[in-house]
Design a protein around this ligand. Structure first.
Ligand code: 3H9
Length: 700
């Protein structure tokens, strides 16, 4: 017994409970305590079998990720020492899994002689999602238990699998309902009665031998993985280690796994992915809004506007089991919007992404209305109409008049000043921005925009709501474009300038894609449609300094009625029914003519230069957002870009990536850019300070 374990005896069965909330991570103190319990059990003549289970919510979430990169990982007993001790035990050891057994937690169970799992448990080796491979024998033991093809699926996909699946492939021996310790003891008693002894995974060679020399299994898997997990090192490293299990002895395979794990854990990709893991958990922690802040109940929701955004928002709520009323100004507009929603569900059902029952249920929880009076009983309204301040304030006036006291009034504006909107109501404390990203029922990011007067419980409710909608909510302050779109602006601006100076859209897109984004800026623009950007630029023209450089190429494309994918052409052209962008000689001509008109001599661009030109100004804008307090933390900015804009996870987000490159390198380059391209490239004061102090954004 210790602070992190409980030890008890039930007849001839010793029960070890791992008791280290919140997730029973196998940090050094836990490993040491569990090993001590195990030694006690094995040294006790009255004990005939041992059960290991997790106290609290789960068996174990695996190694303590915070220990990576510190000496604690290698401080004995290591996780491998602990697992070896269980496997080498002379009495049967049973792992009784409930909740989650992930990573090292699952590996611990694989080293036990028998495994049973609660029917609703989830089991897996998600290490690749952290840029590493299972490093405590998972790549050697799992294929010995479930065979090579299934082990490849488990380890390379890195998912937490339902217990039923784990049972089906033979990872667990039995499923149970109810308490894990009770089930473990009952199972152990059955083993004792049947005279079953230890069953050591390391000795079960049959299934790995079956795959010996069969290179094709692995080649095929590598090919698939390079396509699906473009640019990622860990899946390939995991395949290498599993292949070793088939060709080497257990001990040799373990040694090779240790080396591959060490290589992965030290890689920039793993550092970045571990950063992302903690960043997305940190994001919900708001210094002045404590975790126990009471939240408001959100049981019924209203959405104003049934255009593309309104439809997606309505579906996001419906999919989370929250009934929605959607308001439009005319019956025609309402019918068209609801019809589109029905079609979207039909298409998800047809593609097998949604069961017909769910499709029906979700659709039936969305009702239409033309009457603001129908919002009298809703707990939250999200306004999702066109970006026009006068229109929005008019709507908020109506909402203010009809909505019940305590209802949250949210706007989905992506550019407008929420404080101005709030000020026109009698309840500015209830007003907040909920900035969804299109398609709103799919995209994970939700920017939660806190106005000057927004109440803390409205912030807390919005963060909880994001979770309920299975989204990642990031709290940001009021400014034009908030965090995401404000940083998008310099990124796109430089992409246009680079065209004027010599590159072509397909070259810029390829460079950005090779960097790891799912698509480059021009493909993205075509997909999103060019109209909104056009209108925003026209709106901004009034405040743009006269001598500021401005690229009008995209305006001219819009004026040619090329509005993006939906019209069959934009920056690229598209074959009917095909979303693949095809480079268009007409656009190349337009680009070259623009350079001529501007008197710019076109030149070659390397991919590296494109990355620096487009992404350094994006980081610089991030620095300004931190200076202004619009973003709380640099890691919040990373989360916005990971979830809203496809910034490659293996680079951790723009601010983490900037730290890896070095703030000094980025600052120096921006200074150089400023001398050539002018004021727009001027480094932020914060970036200058960090560069001078030799610090990164994560030091803030
Ligand atoms: C590994 O095992 C390597 C081995 O192969 C080899 C070693 C040699 N470590 O997610 P939650 C924290 S690699 C440290 O909100 P949920 C988390 O940050 C590991 N901390 O709960 C949060 O902290 P805070 C492989 C961890 O119920 C708190 O616990 N394992 C770890 O929504 C609650 O977490 C994985 O990749 C950890 N391993 O989800 C599994 N796990 O409260 C990683 C969590 O301060 N974990 N924390 O913000 C998960 O996927 C989820 O936590 C889990 C529970 C699904 C288990």
């Amino acid at each position: 017994m210790s602070e992190v374990t409980q030890y008890s005896r039930r007849g001839a069965v010793a029960v070890i409970s791992i008791d280290s909330p919140p997730v029973n991570g196998l940090g050094h103190a836990v490993r040491e305590a569990v090993l001590r319990c195990l030694e006690s059990a094995l040294g006790d003549d009255e004990v005939a079998a041992v059960v290991i289970h997790g106290g609290g919510r789960m068996f174990s979430a695996g190694a303590d990720i915070k220990e990576f990169g510190t000496d604690l990982v290698l401080l004995p007993p290591t996780l491998r020492d602990l697992i070896d001790a269980a496997e080498n035990a002379g009495k049967p050891v049973v792992a009784a899994i409930h909740g989650v057994a992930a990573g090292g937690g699952c590996e611990f169970a694989l080293g036990c002689h028998y495994r049973i799992a609660a029917a609703d448990a989830r089991i897996g080796l998600p290490e690749v999602t952290l840029g590493i491979i299972p490093g405590a024998g998972g790549t050697q033991r799992l294929p010995r238990i479930i065979g090579v093809p299934a082990a490849l699926d488990f380890i390379v996909q890195g998912k937490l699998n339902p217990a039923a699946k784990a049972y089906e492939v033979g990872l667990v021996d039995e499923l149970f309902e109810g308490d894990a310790a009770d089930a473990g003891v009952a199972y152990a008693e059955k083993l004792i009665a049947a005279g079953r002894g230890p069953r050591r995974t390391r000795e079960r060679n049959e299934r790995v031998e079956a795959a010996r020399g069969k290179k094709e299994i692995f080649e095929q898997y590598r090919e698939g993985s390079s396509k699906k997990a473009r640019g990622l090192e860990a899946p390939l490293a995991a395949i290498e280690s599993i292949e070793n299990a088939t060709n080497l002895t257990f001990d040799e395979g373990m040694e090779a796994e240790r080396e591959i794990f060490a290589r992965c854990v030290a890689s920039e990709q793993s550092q970045a992915m571990r950063h992302a893991f903690f960043a997305e958990r940190q994001v919900a922690k708001i210094p002045d809004v404590p975790k126990d802040t009471a939240t408001r109940d959100i049981a019924k929701v209203g959405v104003v506007g049934c255009g593309t955004m309104g439809q997606g928002i309505a579906m996001a709520f419906a999919n989370a089991g929250i009934p929605v009323k959607v308001l439009e100004v005319s019956q025609d507009a309402l019918d068209a919007g609801l019809d589109k929603i029905a079609k979207t569900y039909d298409s998800s059902v047809a593609k097998g992404r949604l069961s017909p029952e769910d499709g029906k249920r979700f659709l039936s929880s969305i009702a239409g209305t033309l009457d603001f009076g129908d919002f009298a009983d809703v707990d939250l309204v999200v306004e999702a109409v066109f970006e026009d301040l006068a229109l929005k304030t008019e709507i908020f006036g109506k909402l203010d008049a009809v909505c019940k006291e305590g209802a949250i009034l949210a706007t989905n504006t992506s550019t407008l000043d929420i404080n101005k909107i709030a000020a026109t109501t009698s309840r500015p404390g209830d007003v907040i921005g909920l900035h969804f990203f299109s398609p709103a029922h799919i995209m994970r990011l939700l920017e939660i925009v806190r106005g000057d007067a927004t109440e803390k419980d409205v912030v807390a409710t919005s963060l909880a709501l994001a979770k309920q909608l299975r989204k990642t909510g990031v709290l940001v302050g009021v400014c034009e474009g908030f965090v995401g779109n404000r940083m998008l602006l310099p990124y796109l601006r430089e992409a246009y300038f680079v065209l004027e100076e010599g590159a072509l859209p397909q070259q810029v897109d390829k460079a950005i894609c090779d960097f790891g984004f799912p698509m480059g800026p021009f493909t993205m623009l075509d997909m999103a449609g060019l109209t909104v950007g056009y209108l925003i630029r026209k709106h901004q023209a009034a405040t743009r300094p006269e001598n500021e450089r401005y690229s009008d190429i995209e305006d001219r494309i819009v004026e040619m009625d090329r509005l993006g994918q939906k019209t069959g052409s934009g920056w690229y052209k598209y074959e009917p029914g095909n979303r693949t962008p095809v480079p268009d000689p007409d656009i190349e001509k337009l680009v070259v003519e623009t350079s001529e008109k501007l008197g710019i001599e076109r030149r070659e661009f390397s991919d590296q230069e494109i990355i620096e030109r487009c992404l350094y100004p994006l980081v610089n804008e991030g620095a300004k957002l931190l200076e202004e307090g619009i973003a709380l933390r640099s890691s919040d900015i990373d989360v916005v870009w990971l979830y809203g804009y496809g910034f490659p996870r293996f680079r951790g987000g723009p601010m983490f990536w900037a730290d890896l490159i070095g703030t000094k390198t980025i600052y120096d380059k921006l200074v150089e850019f400023e001398t050539v391209h002018g004021e727009l490239m001027k480094p932020a004061a914060l970036l200058a300070r960090l560069a001078e102090e030799g610090k990164g954004f994560s030091d803030l």
